[in-house]
Design a protein around this ligand. Structure first.
Ligand code: ADP
Ligand code: MG
Length: 704
């Protein structure tokens, strides 16, 4: 027992206890890199490596070379310039020539530490500055046998920050800490993969891998170490997901919705405004089967913008009603909740279904009635925002929860809905942000997924164009023609949190410009800082065509439905993410009219922005877009993955390591097929490891 405690505590030791850290550096490590313990430092991997296998003679060096290292002595130091624009020039020489080392920052610290007549190893990128061969901001080590040993070979490069650098924790400083740490942890790094797997898969042992990831002894060892650590990371992620899935299947009972009755049949016969698409029918069948199975449904409904998810949700809710249950539908914003409410009301028309809305701005007097009706069961469908999750909202018998745009809700918030009934309600999560197939397969392998992969008939594909902002007047005349045909337009400005004020200025400037250019039309403006009531008023006026052009930020991004709007102009499109552009585009193309999406950018835009715009122009398919988004950004930034902590990956990359991913999936499912509870002796380590992960991360795998 004592031994076990000791070994866990050493890895958990606060970082200030490591030799060479101390409280000042510890504070910086915590703040800047989120490194709090020995373990955090151990798992802080280099982001790249440089080859320092060779020491060059100064006469061999030229400005075209990449990072190189030389060895010699300081012959002269000179500091010039006024305080804030100081620079320090150092003459540095070996027996073949001389070179200049130059610093523009951190001069006080560097000058204090450099000594004449000491031999240094200098590492940096040579360039020509004022006609002289120079290395600026090199890293320098005293030439001692230990240091030579340390810097020789492949050098890890760690990310650092200005604050850390000022405490001499640049990449080299961090490398030294890793070195100290590794020698201290010599006996503490335990193997996490069973021996039989190490042998069968020829994986490098964990201790060796961690050593080589920080201090590679050769390229080959580094590659093996990387493979081993990626493999482990992805393997446990998959094993855990698959285990959770099989556990859920056996343990979680749900309400049985056995029949389809009056509500569904009446609606189908007399109120359905158009025939369902094949995909809608299939998805409804899948959901119905789930809700009748006796297990709790946990289903993700994916369908591109405009594919008709709301109608599917309504039919599912009517099934719940037919079985005597209540439903709720949650939306991330008041605008969306209000809109869903209106849509549902419109669908059910004069059917005897009690549908109501609850949001942050619902009056207390109304709320009282809502609460009563929910508790006595007379309120059948409630649509709302986060207001639904409050503790004082109680249901008589909540049977189905529909969540729209799930990425806006945190896992904890959703879990709170659980507490609201005896058995967990069935959960249907709708998302219009298609998750790439590769990612969905990984993240949601314990969820069931339904896909609406077909658009309602008669839709004309949206035409997407890219225009430079020098062509604005041309674009404006194009919009004018659409308005003359009776259509409406959105003009979207980016809205980035950190630069809020300048973004608002841009928006207002754009609004004024458009007012001037379209004197005959009513122009509306909307952004997230406006009061909800004002936003809603503007939105209503736009929906009623009292406003023809709506100048807005991304507050209109999801769900807003004004079919008569046929054109969306996105200003500074280079600033938007791909999924976001696709969402915005989905605001048009909602009727029989040809719709247009115009992406406006300056001539100068980065390579990634170019790629995003190109794929928007090339395809309307949300799945293709999301695959491209994954490729461009990596999965860490994908919607829905941030809050979940699912992608807490330190070294593997879901987009790039798909080969390993496929391999670990197969292995993980073979293991569980053979030994579902991981009770076999050879799997003991796996079971322990999963237990540890559960403890550390909580169960994020479920959506409800
Ligand atoms: P989503 O929420 O999936 O983006 P919506 O549910 O808002 O899409 O549907 C988009 C539009 O298509 C709505 O105006 C809706 O009434 C209409 N719609 C839905 N299903 C069909 C269908 N089967 N045939 C024709 N129109 C449909
Ligand atoms: Mg919708």
């Amino acid at each position: 027992m004592a031994l076990v405690t000791k070994s866990t505590t050493l890895l958990e030791s606060p970082i200030e206890y490591l030799k060479g850290v101390g409280s000042l550096r510890a504070d910086a490590l915590k703040k800047e890199l989120n490194i709090h313990t020995f373990k955090d430092l151990l798992y802080f991997y280099p982001f790249r490596y440089v080859d320092r296998t060779r020491i060059y003679k100064i006469k061999e060096v030229n400005a075209e070379m990449p990072f190189i290292q030389i060895c010699g002595k300081i012959t002269h130091v000179e500091i010039t310039g006024p305080k804030r624009q100081q620079r320090m020039m150092v003459d540095f020489a070996d027996d073949t020539g001389r070179i200049e080392l130059i610093w523009f920052q951190g001069i006080t610290w560097v000058s204090k530490n450099l000594r004449p007549n000491v031999e240094y190893i200098v590492f940096g990128k040579p360039s020509v500055f004022r006609g002289i061969l120079t290395i600026s901001h090199p890293s320098m080590e005293e030439m001692t046998p230990e240091n030579l040993e340390m810097v020789k070979g492949l050098q890890p490069v760690y990310s650092s920050t200005e604050t850390l650098k000022s405490k001499s924790l640049d990449s080299t400083g961090i490398m030294k800490l890793e070195r100290t740490l590794l020698s201290k942890l010599e006996d503490e790094i335990k193997e996490t993969m069973p021996t039989y797997m190490l042998e069968k898969l020829r994986l490098m042992p964990r201790k060796e891998a961690l050593k080589n990831i920080h201090l590679p002894s050769s390229i080959e060892k580094l590659n093996q170490a990387r493979f081993r650590l990626k493999f482990e990371e992805l393997f446990y992620m998959q094993l855990r997901l698959l285990r959770n899935k099989s556990e859920r299947e056996v343990t979680i009972k749900g309400f049985v919705f056995s029949k389809v009755d009056k509500y569904v049949n009446d609606f189908y016969r007399s109120y359905l405004p158009f025939p369902l698409t094949k995909a809608q029918k299939r998805v409804i069948r899948e959901i119905r089967t789930d809700m009748g199975s006796g297990k709790q449904m946990n289903r993700l409904l994916q369908g591109d913008v405009g594919s008709g998810k709301t109608l599917v949700a309504l039919l599912c809710m009517l099934i719940a009603l037919d079985n005597g249950f209540q439903c709720c539908m949650m939306a991330p914003t008041e605008i969306l909740a209000t809109q869903h409410f209106a849509t549902l009301k419109e669908f059910v028309k004069d059917m005897p279904v009690n549908v109501k809305l609850i949001t942050g701005s619902t009056k207390e007097s109304e709320r009282k009635i809502l609460h009563e009706e929910l508790e006595n069961g007379t309120l059948q469908i409630i649509v709302g925002t986060h207001a639904l999750i409050e503790d004082r909202v109680k249901f008589k018998n909540l049977g189905l929860v529909v969540i729209d745009e799930q990425h806006r809700f945190g896992v904890n918030q959703r879990a709170r809905l659980w507490a609201k009934s005896e058995l967990p309600p069935h959960i249907l999560v709708m998302t219009a942000t298609p998750i790439p197939r590769t990612l969905a397969m990984t993240l949601y392998c314990d969820l069931d997924v339904s896909v609406i992969d077909e658009m309602p008939p008669g839709r004309i594909p949206i035409k997407t164009m890219h225009k430079f902002d020098t062509k604005r007047s041309e674009v404006f005349s194009f919009i004018k023609k659409e308005l003359e045909k009776g259509r409406q337009a959105y003009v979207i400005y980016p809205f980035i949190e950190e630069s809020e004020n300048s973004d608002i200025e841009n928006l207002i400037h754009g609004y004024e410009e458009i007012q001037k250019a379209f004197p005959g039309n009513t122009i509306g403006m909307m952004h997230g800082r406006m009061k909800f009531a004002d936003r809603e008023k503007t939105m209503k006026a736009f929906a009623a065509n009292q406003i023809q052009i709506l100048v807005a930020t991304t507050v209109i991004e999801v769900g807003v439905n004004v079919p008569n709007a046929s054109i969306i102009l996105i200003e500074s499109a280079q600033k938007f993410g791909l999924s976001q552009l696709h969402q915005l585009r989905g605001r048009v193309g909602r009727s029989v009219h040809q719709s247009y999406c115009i992406l406006m950018t300056p001539h100068e835009r980065g390579a990634d922005a170019r790629a995003r715009i190109n794929s928007m122009v090339a395809t309307n398919d949300g799945f293709e877009i999301s695959e491209e988004d994954l490729r461009l950004r990596g999965p860490g930034d994908m919607m829905g993955t941030q809050q979940s902590g699912i992608l807490d990956l330190k070294i593997a990359n879901l987009a790039k390591d798909s080969t390993i991913l496929r391999q670990v999936r197969i292995i993980a499912s073979e293991i569980l097929n053979e030994d579902k509870n991981l009770g076999l002796e050879k799997h003991r380590l796996l079971a322990e490891q999963l237990k540890q992960m559960d403890k550390e991360r909580g169960d994020w795998s479920r959506i409800s």
